[in-house]
Design a protein around this ligand. Structure first.
Ligand code: PHE
Length: 367
């Protein structure tokens, strides 16, 4: 059986010198595969006498185990080598800056959300949310717009059939405004309430300044003595911070919303030139939001006692704010998903909005 020792040495040598997993596998097949040397020798045991068979069988088994172990060890060694090679060649320094040409952009609508949240966040407002598909109670009835109220015609509503009812009053809507979140907030929160609620809104309308889906931010403040002066001060501070103009003129025009009484629209002073709009200068006015004192019936619908509490609410169009602040002429382009547009009007992701670190990062505007 001397040749077995020789065989073991040869096989071990072959295993040891295997340069990669593939040649190691070749070595394994040539020793232990179906037609491998050791397998063949085991097959031949049958031709030996019983005594020889026992002795040779034992030695072959020992040899087989030795070879299997050697292969396992070598395999682990090669795998570690391969892993280390990968780790060193595929190393990425995640602290390196992004290649500017490959960088994604933040959509202007998201940017305005961030800015509005940063400003009201600092004033102590929480962010609230509500569903895009709303029931008529939250979108209309609870906001002092019962069925057949003429104000429902002010908004070109998309209705959605209710699978459980054929009664039109039970059909759902895609919310026409974010004001339903006022009710949803009052239902779950006790005053003092101070929230803003951003979201998508939907109306059947389509031209350069209207798209069927657009964005609003709602605001709601409810407390025992909240009054119109608070509304004015709060919104004045907001536009000053938002447009980054210290000396900004504002005015409130009487208006009508079923859910506020009194109601107003807020305008800011500006100069409208040829294709140019300058905010904070000039004698022109630009409407930017609707607001008012929450109607007592609305407080009641939200489960709040109007004899004890009062509040103000406001709502504004985010897309419109984006068009104004960043000089984007056509609203329809917002939702075309054109990467060239986004590269032009979008924002560098790492330039986050904050009241201390710069709101709009105009310097970082990707132009
Ligand atoms: N919901 C109104 C709109 O969509 C805006 C608004 C909100 C007005 C809150 C007053 C108070 O036009």
């Amino acid at each position: 059986m001397e040749n077995l020792q020789q065989l073991e040495n040869d096989l071990l040598q072959q295993i040891q010198t295997a340069a990669d997993i593939k040649s190691l596998e070749e070595a394994r097949v040539s020793a232990l595969g179906k037609k491998g040397i050791i397998t063949e020798k085991m097959k031949n045991l049958g031709s030996l006498s019983l005594e020889e068979k026992i002795a040779a069988g034992k030695m072959l088994n020992v040899l087989k185990t030795t070879i299997e172990k050697a292969i396992d060890n070598k395999k682990a060694e090669l795998e570690t080598l391969e892993l280390n090679r990968k780790l060193s060649t595929e190393r990425i320094d995640v602290t390196l800056p992004i290649r500017p040409e490959n960088q994604g952009r933040i959509h202007p609508v998201s940017k305005i959300y961030e800015e509005v949240a940063a400003i009201f966040g600092q004033m102590g407002f929480d962010v609230a949310e509500g569903p895009d598909i709303e029931d008529q109670f939250h979108n209309f009835n609870a906001l002092n717009m019962p069925a057949n109220h003429p104000a429902r015609q002010m908004q070109d509503t998309f209705y959605i059939a209710n699978p459980d009812s054929t009664d039109f009053d039970d059909s759902f809507v895609v919310r026409t405004h974010t004001s339903g979140i006022q009710i949803r907030t009052m239902e779950v929160k006790k005053p003092p309430i101070r929230i803003i609620a951003p979201g998508r809104t939907y109306r059947s309308d389509f031209d350069a300044t209207h798209t069927p889906m657009f964005h609003q931010v709602e605001g709601l403040v409810v407390d025992k003595t909240t009054n119109m002066a608070h509304l004015k001060g709060c919104l004045y501070d907001f536009v000053k911070a938002f447009f980054e103009v210290d000396d900004i003129k504002v005015r409130y025009r009487p208006s009508y919303f079923p859910f506020t009484e009194p109601s107003a629209e807020m305008d800011i002073g500006c100069r409208k030139g040829k294709g140019e709009l300058k905010i904070g200068e000039g004698d022109d006015w630009l409407e930017i939001l609707g607001c008012g004192m929450v109607h007592p019936k609305v407080l009641q619908a939200g489960g709040i006692d109007p004899d004890e509490y009062q509040g103000f609410a406001f709502g504004m169009g985010i897309d419109r704010l984006a068009m104004l602040k960043y000089g984007i002429p056509d609203l329809r382009t917002f939702f075309e998903s054109d990467l060239r547009w986004l590269k032009h009007y979008g924002f560098v992701p790492l330039d986050t909005s904050s009241m201390t670190g710069g709101l709009s990062n105009n310097g970082g505007l990707a132009r």
